[in-house]
Design a protein around this ligand. Structure first.
Ligand SMILES: NC(=O)c1ccc[n+]([C@@H]2O[C@H](COP(=O)([O-])OP(=O)(O)OC[C@H]3O[C@@H](n4cnc5c(N)ncnc54)[C@H](O)[C@@H]3O)[C@@H](O)[C@H]2O)c1
Length: 447
């Protein structure tokens, strides 16, 4: 089978490379010429563990190629995936569908023979029908079906998520389209992955319902963390205690500085908009959006408070800028709110992130980008951990103390134990854990 992947970003490149690994012949298309040039030279334009090897081996096997010429890739393809961005529309929170609709029109002009056009981008309910109309209007003679196949991969573990997903969701309404999709995902049938066939609207809704549910779960534990601080409870034990209930589950119950990234912020906003437009508001998600926005400011205030309330003349070492570890993605990262608030409070900021600093430099001015975590701490009065990269989990605390003027740490990811930090002589602040340092609210939980 042969497919075209329109949009070679975090989702398009991973999906394209994984389909080629499944044995499908894939052409990845992007209109960003520099991205395609780099890929043709064998460079990977994003940081995603394992992607370099996967791309290289499939290019070598002749199953994966890159182009800026959409028409060449689409003509004769069995399926064309739309994996372009759907960012928030400036100002109102609706998803900006101009890239999706633009791609649909270009695809329509180049289609040849029966083609399945698949929206892999996260798109609001009703978008698939609109794509159908655009293709029909552009090419009344076209023989095609539109399918929705939302992507659930997570940056940082994207390849495994694509190759061994919890489920695949396919909104397809004809036997022909379902047959093509079954063929593409044949390898996943062999490992008994649940594959849910449904209609276009349901498939589109599943993606938003999944993402907003997870955003709500994170927001819930963040609020519980704040309450734990007041009540003398330990949020990690609370998370375990509730998460061991199968109806709740352990995942996405880790408190922190608020959700960020390329999906949750824009998807929560977009679903809120869609729900209002359809006259069925999702008040729970509206509240989640509101709480999460305020949380980033509250976390900046927490760092400022740890520095004595005024950061003028003080240096803050910031470890981690990406919205989560194992990615260079800075979209809606909490650091984009927190770092400017620290600068506003008068701080000098020295930052380090293992992978995202090139991206961060485009978005965060007025800070010093450092060569390593320890370099960032040189002469710092305060250390703030914003992203839980593995390399920050086992810092040499004696060295940290030597480098800093004061041993003050604000750990917004709870990667250190309060008792251990107290023993090491740090003034340590984390999220949702009892005070004074390290008092266990109850007996240890056996894992
Ligand atoms: N990033 C994630 O973790 C993730 C996970 C699941 C779903 N999604 C969804 O997948 C979609 C893509 O997200 P992403 O993170 O890969 O975005 P991205 O910005 O990394 O990539 C999108 C790419 O599409 C290209 N593009 C836009 N219009 C084009 C056109 N007409 N022809 C060719 N190329 C075009 C852009 O140049 C860009 O390289 C979004 O809807 C997102 O919500 C993302």
């Amino acid at each position: 089978m042969r497919i075209a992947m329109i949009g070679t970003g975090y989702v398009g490149l991973v999906s394209g490379a994984c389909f080629s690994e499944f044995g499908v012949t894939v052409t990845c298309v992007d209109k960003d010429e520099s991205k395609i040039e780099r890929l043709k030279r064998g460079e990977i334009p994003i940081y995603e563990p394992g992607l370099d090897k996967l791309v290289a081996s499939n290019v070598a096997a002749g199953r994966l190629e890159f182009t800026t010429e959409l028409a060449e890739a689409v003509t004769g393809a069995d399926a064309v995936f739309i994996a372009v961005g759907t960012p928030s529309r400036r100002g109102d929170g609706h998803a900006d569908l101009s890239y999706v609709y633009g791609a649909a029109e270009e695809i329509a002009r180049a289609m040849d023979g029966y083609t399945v056009v698949v929206t892999k981008s996260t798109v609001p309910v009703g978008t698939g029908r609109e794509v159908e109309k655009i293709i029909r209007a552009t090419r009344p003679d076209a023989d095609f079906d539109v399918v929705s196949n939302p992507e659930f991969l997570r940056e940082g573990s994207a390849i495994n998520d694509f190759m061994r997903p919890d489920r695949v969701v396919i909104g397809a309404e004809t036997d022909r389209a379902r047959e093509v999709m079954r063929g593409l995902y044949r390898v996943l049938y062999l490992i008994e992955t649940p594959i849910l066939f449904t209609n276009l609207e349901t498939s589109e809704m599943i993606k938003y319902a999944a993402n907003t549910f997870l955003a709500a779960k994170i927001t819930f534990i963040n609020e519980v963390a704040d309450l734990c601080e007041k009540a003398g409870a330990d949020v990690h034990d609370v998370a375990k205690g509730i998460g061991l209930d199968n109806r709740i589950g352990r995942k996405f119950l880790h408190p922190g500085p608020g959700y960020g990234g390329s999906c949750f912020p824009k998807d929560t906003l977009a679903l809120v908009r869609t729900a209002r437009d359809l006259g069925s508001p999702l008040r729970i998600i509206e509240t989640v959006v509101d709480i999460n926005a305020k949380r980033k400011k509250a976390m900046a205030d927490r760092i400022i408070a740890a520095g004595g309330g005024d950061l003028s003349g003080k240096t803050v070492a910031v470890l981690g800028l990406a919205f989560k570890p194992n990615t260079d993605d800075m979209r809606d990262a909490p650091a984009l709110d927190i770092v400017p608030a620290l600068l506003e409070a008068g701080a000098t900021v020295r930052a380090f992130d293992p992978e995202s600093m090139d991206e961060a430099k485009k978005l965060l001015d007025g800070i010093t980008y450092c060569d390593s975590a320890y370099d960032a701490m040189e002469g710092a009065d305060l250390l703030a951990i914003l992203t839980e990269w593995n390399e920050f989990r086992s810092l040499d605390l004696a060295r940290v103390k030597d480098l800093m003027t004061e041993p003050v740490m604000v750990d917004l990811r709870n990667i250190y134990e309060p008792a251990m930090m107290a023993e090491a002589g740090f003034a340590y602040t984390s999220v949702g854990r009892p005070w004074p340092y390290g008092r266990k609210a109850s007996g240890a939980v056996e894992d």
